[in-house]
Ligand binder design. Structure first.
Ligand SMILES: Nc1nc2c(c(=O)[nH]1)N[C@H]1C(S)=C(S)[C@@H](COP(=O)(O)OP(=O)(O)OC[C@H]3O[C@@H](n4cnc5c(=O)[nH]c(N)nc54)[C@H](O)[C@@H]3O)O[C@H]1N2
Ligand SMILES: Nc1nc2c(c(=O)[nH]1)N[C@H]1C(S)=C(S)[C@@H](COP(=O)(O)OP(=O)(O)OC[C@H]3O[C@@H](n4cnc5c(=O)[nH]c(N)nc54)[C@H](O)[C@@H]3O)O[C@H]1N2
Ligand code: SF4
Ligand SMILES: [Mo]
Length: 732
């Protein structure tokens, strides 16, 4: 066991506690866990040995997660903000009546376009909340739906839509079968993987070299993952140049797959011409990657029997993230590693999310644009980077009411400092959360949601990305504490009072008027039963024949496929004589934007700042758990040569200064950074009423990041958190 895996002291199992198999709702690995319950309290969490995938594994966060449910700082009653800024408890009925009436007033006065919703990261493990708020905003026909996707992965939906015809059709690296894993900007030893659901990811990755394969990690930092494999250091936010050069070599040295070029793709020429302009010898000075290393990498990747390329936050939170995602996929496509075992594969889960997205009219891109920046809508959502401007800029479509659901946007979104002020400007603001966070603090109401242990759930968002697909649906283990109620329920109650039909579909709206109002569980069960492994309401005679009831009775879950099935997407696309078109106009104009990019060094801000995820955090949401916050401080990591140049020594307090703002943090001098790049954990610097989080101190990273929409990825509006030009100065 490495220091990485040291767990906080385990809770004992008291006599009389009962075991409830469920899954961990913290990260995308969704490890199976057993929650031990006594007297309506979870007293201990263990790994579930009978989970078909994680087989007993649980990380140091997973074992303390129940401390959120039982946190003395948890909000357990609806709270209403008083004129002096303090909060007072209020009965549910009173809160819902007032919110419903005020929502109605906003709609009558400003139109439905004045109503907005923001869905944060935990909603990816809270299907009833996700679909309730989504349906409310879309039922109103408002353009203003925002999700954590736009500070994370928005560009991926764009590329999936452009290349494969559905935003949710994401390539997953086939880790259990690959011979060569090229990982760009991801640190799974800490993050436990993203857009790739692979519990025990460390083992799964270490198994690749064990079976004769290789893993190469492209990162400005010698991360915990890079350290275990081959580290290819790269200067932050230069991945588009690196990938262009990789493709350059693939084409120039005839390393592409002839069959793939003939059968899988069309419109190749613009890509070939683009790559031709980026020989590695010309990009090495900018990316920091020696040309010979990149040439060798291209040759080895192409020669591997199978190769899986994957990019995550390091590849998705820069200025050209759509282009980067496209180039990652292009590498898989032209080397024939697309939709094949061991390459980039495409999940087909038990519940067809692609179809749900289509049915709800959200399998879209650029059907409308932001009134502020002209950035296109992506899956019916707009970018968080301009949320403050959407609130404060007068005109038609100005946001006047906002529902924030499981998001700490005052910390997690660009221009953190502006977000709170913008919230104060609203006529109605409602936060569904578990704590009085620095975001909730600015809202008119805080409505207490139930926690993961108090609700039925299934891992809806990650099903598509499971390298060993399985299906699990679990019951609530506890009755809700205090006056907490499911946010999905509260949203429905608000809609009723505001006389809004929370459904965008014509059929759904008609049914609603007729009083047919299926619960989220009933709706999801319907999709499950009609899905690949569903029981078809008794009509299917073979296979797993899943339905919600059967899953609830078998809470460890069922494996649905041995691996992600392959070949189906190729078949689907070629059935209509189609191919993956590599020349969408959106991508071609991004190629032009990149070609015009000024790569000259910046004399004022000579360093590049990147975000750093820590093992004992999950963005901001676990920062009130004392057990994992002890002895932690947020620190900037800096290479000795950069520290020397700035006159800074280990432990010094420094100011990190960007074009936008400055923050102060202590520094750790370490050779794990590529010179010229500095790294800082994000999600610190709290306010509000979660005392441990506030006491942890630290500074808000996102004060430093750009909020001008012209400085972010243009096709998706995805935030830019990495590669921020900064300088570091000693304080005092
Ligand atoms: N312990 C822990 N786990 C988490 C989270 C957490 O906060 N803590 N957060 C969860 C969430 S919301 C997500 S989205 C996933 C993210 O999952 P990952 O993307 O695997 O997580 P990160 O640690 O952010 O990894 C990004 C890596 O990219 C590198 N990087 C930064 N800029 C660049 C660049 O320009 N180019 C390249 N090539 N690399 C770059 C960083 O140094 C970092 O090592 O993790 C999830 N899991
Ligand atoms: N600089 C920088 N900024 C980043 C990133 C980065 O890499 N660098 N990463 C970005 C990424 S990938 C992401 S996903 C976002 C995440 O940012 P957010 O989506 O804002 O996620 P959190 O900060 O974890 O805040 C989640 C909130 O939900 C609440 N919550 C937890 N469980 C529940 C629940 O069951 N119900 C309800 N109603 N509320 C709940 C928590 O108390 C917390 O207030 O941050 C982004 N911000
Ligand atoms: S790896 Fe992720 S899902 Fe697994 S126990 Fe840890 S936080 Fe939970
Ligand atoms: Mo994320």
């Amino acid at each position: 066991m490495t220091t990485l895996e040291v767990r906080p002291k385990a809770d004992p199992i008291p006599e009389g506690a009962v075991a409830h198999p469920t899954f961990c709702h913290i990260c995308e690995a969704v490890c199976g866990v057993v929650a031990w319950v006594k007297d309506n309290q979870v007293v201990k969490i263990q790994g579930d040995k009978d989970n078909p995938f994680s087989k007993g594994y649980v990380c140091p966060k997973g074992v303390v997660e129940h401390h959120v449910t039982h946190d003395p700082d948890r909000v357990l009653q609806p709270l209403r903000r008083q004129p002096d800024g303090t909060f007072a408890p209020v009965a549910w009925e009173e809160a819902l009546d007032d919110i419903g009436a005020r929502l109605r007033r906003v709609i009558d006065r400003h139109g439905p376009d004045a109503v907005a919703g923001y869905l944060g990261n935990p909603s990816a493990w809270n299907y009833s909340l996700f679909f309730a708020l989504f349906s409310l905003i879309k039922g109103l026909g408002s353009p203003h739906l925002y999700t954590a996707g736009s500070v994370d992965i928005q560009q991926r939906w764009v590329v999936n839509h452009l290349l494969y015809g559905n935003p949710f059709r994401s390539p997953v690296p086939d880790l259990p079968r690959t011979d060569f894993h090229l990982l760009v900007g991801s640190n799974p030893f800490v993050s436990h993987g993203s857009m790739c659901t692979q519990p025990r990811v460390r083992e799964a990755m270490l198994a690749i070299p064990k079976r004769g394969g290789r893993v190469v990690v492209v990162d400005p930092r010698r991360t915990e993952t890079a350290e275990a494999f081959e580290w290819l250091p790269i200067r932050a936010d230069t991945d588009a140049w690196m990938l262009a050069s990789l493709l350059h070599v693939l084409f120039a040295e005839d390393l592409y797959d002839r069959r793939a070029l003939a059968e899988d793709v069309a419109g190749l020429e613009p890509l070939r011409a683009f790559a031709a302009a980026f020989p590695p010898e010309e990009t090495e000075a900018y990316t920091g990657i020696p040309a010979d290393r990149l040439r060798t990498l291209a040759r080895d990747f192409a020669a591997a029997p199978s190769a899986a390329i994957h990019g995550r936050c390091g590849a998705s939170l820069g200025q050209y993230s759509t282009l980067v995602a496209y180039l990652l996929d292009a590498v898989a496509l032209v080397t024939g590693n697309w939709d094949k075992p061991g390459g980039s594969v495409f999940g087909r889960p038990a519940i067809d999310l692609e179809k749900i997205l289509e049915l709800f009219g959200a399998a879209t891109y650029d059907t409308y644009r932001s009134r502020i920046s002209g950035i296109p809508e992506v899956i019916g959502t707009l970018p968080a980077v301009e949320l403050p401007a959407q609130i404060t800029t007068p005109g038609k479509g100005q946001i006047r009411a906002l529902f924030v659901a499981s998001a700490n946007i005052a910390t997690s979104t660009p221009g953190a400092g502006d977000v709170g002020a913008a919230l104060d400007d609203l006529e109605l603001s409602v936060c569904f959360d578990l704590y009085r966070t620095e975001t909730a603090e600015h809202c008119d109401y805080i409505l207490p949601d139930v926690t993961v242990h108090e609700r039925e759930d299934f891992p809806w968002f990650v099903m598509q990305h499971m390298t060993r697909p399985y299906m699990q649906w679990t019951k609530a283990e506890l009755t809700p504490a205090g006056d907490a109620r499911p946010a999905g329920w509260a949203i429905d109650q608000i809609a009723r009072r505001a006389k809004v039909i929370p459904n965008p579909l014509a059929a759904g709206r008609l049914a609603y008027r007729l009083g047919i109002r299926p619960t989220p569980a009933q709706t999801m069960d319907l999709f499950l039963r009609l899905g690949r492994h569903g029981d078809l309401f008794g009509l299917r005679r073979k296979g797993l024949r899943l339905n919600r009831k059967k899953l609830l009775a078998n809470p460890h879950g069922f494996r649905t496929d041995e691996f992600i099935p392959t070949g189906w997407l190729r078949q689907k696309l070629t059935a209509k004589g189609g191919r993956v078109r590599l020349d969408p106009p959106v991508v071609l104009s991004e190629m032009d934007r990149l070609r015009a990019h000024d790569t000259a060094p910046d004399p004022t801000f000579g360093l590049r700042l990147v975000s750093l995820r820590e093992l004992r955090s999950q963005n901001s949401r676990l920062h009130n758990i004392d057990k994992i916050m002890r002895n932690r401080t947020q620190r900037l990591r800096m290479h000795p040569s950069d520290a020397e140049a700035a006159g800074v020594a280990d432990g010094d307090l420094v100011a990190v200064v960007s074009k936008r703002d400055r923050i102060e943090v202590p520094v750790t001098v370490t050779d794990e950074m590529l010179p010229g790049n500095v790294a800082l954990p994000q999600g610190w610097g709290h306010g509000g009423g979660w005392r441990t989080a506030v006491a942890a101190g630290g500074a808000n990273y996102n004060r430093l990041v750009p909020t001008d929409p012209s400085e972010v990825d243009q096709p998706s509006g995805n935030a830019r958190f990495n590669g921020i030009p900064v300088r570091v100065e000693r304080v005092g």
